[in-house]
Design a protein around this ligand. Structure first.
Ligand code: NDP
Ligand code: 8X3
Length: 295
């Protein structure tokens, strides 16, 4: 064998070794087929889109929220999207008895969960602290903070021992930057971020992955809920800019969940290209904004 042939042989061997490493890595991706995925707040927005996306990947989905009629529609869409089971049950994450009853129902369906998506939550009102309302603050802290704690505590035994299992909580860019009128919501999402950090430490060594997905503006029912049904005000948030969609978040969740078991996407911030920061949004056209307010 001359030098040229020897070099060719070595190059082929290196290429084969590289390809088999790539193939091994690809085959290590976590498959969602037949896995059980639990999604809170699945009756609209991110939760509903995620349910259909996970079902489309062959997962069995367990859906919780307060509006059962909406959940039934989402469950039907999941059945159309995939061959797995799509089951729904009433859930109020603001109530410990409701969370416990929901997770008892979950245990009747499966002894093992692959993924818990802590998504239920939202904002109510945009008053300053001086003008804030107790019921709005309570909604935000109950759902975005205590809801995650309750759901995670109840689901941990089902996640333990499932290879590659994962908890993904939906945070927000509001956890990282405060804005006027956002005190309670920003505090609640900062709470979600710190719960994620603490859980990551507590569960180190169990193999359970813990992650937060923190979106910026996304057009769902979020602003309609925040502005208590005022559709005109809700729409103004997205005036002249292109927000994220629920589908964008659903696809990101699927990507996070399908990383190989040794890969944990700790923290992922996702914003519209038009939104560089909470206060810096590029808008086309006049876009009326009250002075001194982010939106
Ligand atoms: P939606 O209002 O469309 O969805 C909120 C979901 O949470 C609904 O399914 C609602 O269901 C559920 N929910 C609310 N309260 C409870 C409760 N007490 N118990 C059970 N479920 C509840 O908004 P999004 O999809 O946008 O919001 C999903 C998550 O994403 C929230 O945590 C939100 O804070 C977060 N987020 C949203 C952003 C956005 O711009 N849209 C950006 C960053 C984060 P039901 O009313 O039927 O109970
Ligand atoms: C929602 C994003 O900027 O409206 O969490 O607080 S923001």
């Amino acid at each position: 064998m001359n030098v040229w042939e020897e070099n060719l042989r070595l190059a082929k061997a290196a290429w084969l070794a590289h390809s088999s490493r790539v193939l091994r890595k690809l085959s290590m991706q976590s498959s969602l087929k037949d896995q059980w995925v639990l999604i809170t707040g699945a009756s609209s927005g991110f939760g509903a889109a995620a349910a259909v996306a996970f079902a489309g990947q062959g997962a069995n989905v367990l859906l919780g929220a307060r509006r059962m009629d909406r959940l039934a529609t989402v469950a039907e869409a999941c059945r159309q999207a995939g061959n797995g089971q799509a089951l729904a049950c009433s859930l109020d994450v603001a109530s410990t008895p409701s969370v416990e009853a929901f997770v008892r129902w979950v245990r009747e369906q499966t002894p093992k969960l692959f993924l818990l998506v802590n998504n239920a939550g939202g904002a109510k009102g945009m008053e300053t602290v001086a003008e804030g309302r107790d019921e709005d603050w309570e909604f935000m802290l109950q759902t975005n903070v205590l809801g995650i704690l309750r759901m995670t505590r109840a689901c941990l035994p089902l996640l333990q021992g499932t290879p590659g299992s994962q908890i993904i909580s939906i945070g927000s860019i509001a956890s990282r930057t405060a804005y006027e009128g956002g005190a309670a919501y920003c505090a609640a999402k900062a709470g979600e971020l710190q719960i994620t950090h603490a859980l990551r430490l507590e569960l180190c060594g169990t193999g359970i992955r813990v992650a937060t997905l923190d979106p910026g503006f996304a057009e769902t029912e979020f602003s309609l809920v925040r502005f208590k049904g005022d559709a005109v005000r809700a729409q103004k948030v997205y005036d002249g800019m292109t927000p994220l969609s629920a589908q964008d978040i659903a696809e990101t969740l699927v990507w996070m969940a399908t990383r190989p078991a040794h890969v944990c996407i700790d923290e992922l911030v996702i914003k519209p290209t038009d939104q560089a920061a909470i206060h810096k949004v590029h808008r086309r056209g006049p876009g009326q904004r009250p002075a001194g307010k982010p939106f």
